[in-house]
Ligand binder design. Structure first.
Ligand code: ASP
Length: 420
């Protein structure tokens, strides 16, 4: 119902979500912590609803998508294009972070004491590339699905989907039809949950503003400006250029079609929780086939995080500036590369990016420096607004990748118009 073009504006979902954000911010600012306490559970409930559908949605979407690609060669081609896009866009992002942190130099005279300390959760990231590879293959698919281990789930679904394409026609059609039908059912469920988006967003924003308030952000304005401008350049210049030059897609149309996933990413700070909205939008509004979107989006939500790459690079260099350490060009190159790795390793959940910054710090020998750890704690305490913004950039990059790859596969209907 929300896609009916004849609907008046106030019944359109994105306006409702925007209004919910404004109302939520006002309620949180006026009533503070008690409002956050009273309404927080609604936000939690909404996040649970979104998370509940991720595994079955990703499973059915990938298996039906890969099964329809037809044959190993086509899958290989799609896989190479997807990887190429992830690497190029994340690298451009990390370089933007590098540029901004060197231009603005936010670490000079930063007042870290103004940001409250908060506990740093333990990170559980693979130590080496071999370990990462071993982690991708699950011991047991059901266990991986139970744990929500996305890379392992994706791996299984891709090889399972590929195996389906090798079957004789009769069983192939039967299994593909079954997965297609399950996928449609999951999409219907997703649509149902998305109807509650304004309510969920309202409660999430009340909790965010009510719990944190605004004062502790002021002292670190330059730090915010650095990360914020890096994200802005990537979102409004780099990615639109990629869309236009490589995909021959009008960036404004893509932005307009992507409004709901962008608002959802912004409100939930989780690419994972946004994934159902992203998948639905790419299919129904951007006009990308299930074949491409099922390949690019779930994997993208897990490993392609441009906003996080900007943050890792600029954040780590910010820490070195606060500590008064000057890095050589070689060391800065290490920061860029490990920032890429950290963005791949970050889970698609709120503030994961801050936690994995230790991957970058370890590479430059600051991983167990007590002062550096203290600064990371402060960054974590004030992370929410930055997290909201970088999650939106993460999701937008995935959508650009899907649109560009769909065009390169000859799909004609991509972003031809703004769809309501
Ligand atoms: N919250 C981000 C995401 O889900 C990850 C991060 O913290 O950078 O995409």
């Amino acid at each position: 119902m929300e896609y009916d073009p004849s609907l008046p504006w106030y019944r359109r979902l994105h306006w409702q979500v925007l209004a919910a954000m404004g109302l939520g911010a006002a309620t949180g600012a006026i009533f503070g912590a008690p409002a956050a306490e009273a309404l927080g559970w609604i936000g939690d409930l909404f996040m649970k609803l979104l998370r509940m559908i991720i595994v079955p949605l990703v499973l059915t979407s990938i298996v039906s998508g890969v099964a329809s690609v037809g044959g190993g060669k086509a899958i290989g081609r799609l896989f190479s294009k997807t990887m190429a896009y992830y690497v190029v866009s994340s690298f451009l992002a990390a370089m933007t972070g590098l540029l901004m942190v060197n231009l603005i130099r936010p670490g000079r005279n930063a007042d870290m004491g103004a940001a409250a300390q908060s506990e740093i959760p333990e990170i559980n990231t693979p130590d080496s590339p071999t370990e990462l590879l071993l982690d991708i293959v699950p011991n047991n698919f059901i266990e991986a699905a139970g744990a929500g281990d996305m890379l392992a789930i994706i791996f299984f679904c891709i090889v399972f989907g590929a195996a389906i394409t090798t079957l004789p026609e009769k069983p192939r059609t039967i299994v593909t039809d079954i997965f297609n039908s399950f996928f449609q059912a999951m999409m219907a469920l997703t649509s149902g949950i998305i109807k509650f988006l304004p309510i969920g967003v309202f409660a999430l924003i009340v909790a965010m503003v009510g719990e944190t308030g605004f004062d502790r952000f002021a002292a670190l304005a330059k730090y915010f400006a650095t990360i914020g401008s890096g994200l802005t350049i990537h979102l409004f210049i780099t990615l639109p250029l990629l869309l236009f030059v490589v995909g021959r897609i009008k960036p404004l149309v893509h932005f307009a079609n992507m409004r709901e996933p962008l608002l959802t990413a912004f409100s939930t700070s989780s690419s994972g929780a946004t994934l159902p909205v992203t998948i639905k939008t790419l299919r129904e509004k951007v006009g990308v086939s299930n074949k491409v979107s099922s390949f690019v989006l779930p994997m993208g939500a897990t490993v392609n995080m441009d906003g996080t790459a900007i943050f890792e690079c600029a954040g780590a260099l910010f820490i070195t500036q606060v500590l008064g350490i000057d890095l050589s060009i070689g060391q800065q190159a290490i920061v860029v590369l490990t920032a890429l790795l950290a963005s791949i390793g970050a889970a698609a959940v709120p503030s994961a990016g801050v936690v994995v910054i230790f991957i970058v710090l370890n590479a430059i020998g600051l991983g167990s420096n007590p002062e550096a750890i203290m600064i990371v704690g402060a960054m974590l305490a004030i992370d929410r607004p930055l997290d909201m913004y970088r999650t939106a950039v993460n999701v937008f990059s995935d959508s650009c990748g899907a649109a560009i790859i769909a065009r390169s596969e000859g799909e004609e209907g991509v972003d031809t118009e703004v769809r309501h």
